[in-house]
Design a protein around this ligand. Structure first.
Ligand code: IPD
Ligand code: CA
Ligand code: CA
Length: 257
């Protein structure tokens, strides 16, 4: 029932996003500049929460726009109702719904749906990673210099050594392709599917990466913080790779390459 519910919620919220794409919805600003939220983010969030609550009324929910709806349940749903809202608000069809599920603090399941490409990514701990029902695997590149990477930038720039722009410049100056799609969840899906060899970002929230980090691990990849320690979605930094380039990419990020 957990799997049926997560897939139904991701699918239906994705269809809602697609049906309201370019439909003249209201757009508001959150804190900072260009940190947007649309009417559709709220509608998608409500739809997902209604579907979860219908089956599991006592489960804990953490969702981007509404925040925490806390209960005593060991199950916690972590929801990004639209990941890639700036893309969505600008009519760029690179956005998705992301839902992760934790049990006793361990991520056990994730679903990410991009309705524009009709790509449903699903993972369950210990059971692999899937795109539209077919198993997916990370790439087999072995060096950063041969790799195609992806990153993202926070809405407010963090002016610090090895900050987002510094790391980006370091890689770009060496001729390494680093893409910027605007959806961390899609970035993680595409690492899991072997389209990208690695992804890093300096400042994510739990809802951006909850489903995607498990997907990458289950597709055979490795996910850590910038020190190489085991990843937790409750801290901001992420490096997610095919595993083979991981230690080298950590050195590039930490300016030790
Ligand atoms: C954002 C996207 C983006 C990342 C930002 C996130 P949102 O999520 O995932 O790729 O760089 O840090 O906040 O706001 O579109 O849900
Ligand atoms: Ca997000
Ligand atoms: Ca969002």
């Amino acid at each position: 029932m957990l799997k049926t519910t997560i897939l139904k919620a991701a699918q239906e919220a994705g269809q809602l996003m697609k049906s309201r794409f370019n439909s003249g919805f209201r757009i508001d600003n959150k804190e900072g500049i260009n940190n947007l939220v649309t009417e559709v983010d709220h509608a998608s969030e409500k739809l997902i929460m209604d579907i979860i609550r219908e089956q599991f009324p006592d489960h804990f929910i953490l969702s981007e726009e509404i925040g925490e709806v806390s209960t005593d349940s060991p199950y916690k749903w972590i929801i990004d109702p639209i990941d890639g809202t700036v893309n969505y608000a600008n009519g760029i069809p690179l956005c998705c719904v992301s839902i992760g599920l934790e049990n006793e603090g361990v991520m056990i399941m994730g679903a990410i749906y991009n309705p524009f490409l009709e790509e449903m990514y699903f993972t369950e701990r210990g059971k692999g990673a899937f795109l539209n029902g077919k198993p997916i695997h990370v790439s087999n590149k072995t060096e950063v210099i041969q790799s195609c990477l992806v990153t993202g930038f926070p809405y407010t720039y963090l002016d610090m050594p090895n900050g987002p722009l510094e790391v980006f410049a370091r890689l770009i100056r060496k001729g390494i392709p680093v893409r910027r799609l605007g959806s961390a969840a899609i970035d993680l899906c595409w690492v899991a599917a072997g389209r990208f060899d690695g992804f890093y970002e300096h400042k994510l929230n739990a809802w951006d990466s909850a489903a995607g980090f498990l997907l990458v691990e289950e597709a055979g990849g490795r996910v850590t913080d910038f020190k190489g320690d085991p990843y937790s979605p409750y801290q901001p930094r992420i490096v997610a790779t095919n595993g083979r380039i991981h230690d080298e990419l950590l050195r590039w990020i930490n300016d030790q390459a």
